[in-house]
Design a binder for this molecule. Sequence first.
Ligand code: SF4
Length: 76
Amino acid sequence: MTRDYDGRKDEIIPAECRSCNMRLICSNCPAWSELETNSLDKKVDYVCEYAKCLEKMFFKRKEKEYEEKVLSEARD
Ligand code: SF4
């Protein structure tokens, strides 16, 4: 199947994903795309939403850690 792309690996990556800053943590891949969209190079919306949820949770946790650190330092 990937032979259809004849070594043009970047073209397998969905256009929206090529410049996405979450690409390294996102689990969207050609296999997901093929299963869910019958195409190797389309992003899967629910995989995309999941990655965005992970990002939100990560920043929420970091924000909470920062607030706790600031409060702890203020108490000392
Ligand atoms: S599926 Fe969504 S979150 Fe994942 S790399 Fe593509 S655009 Fe980014």
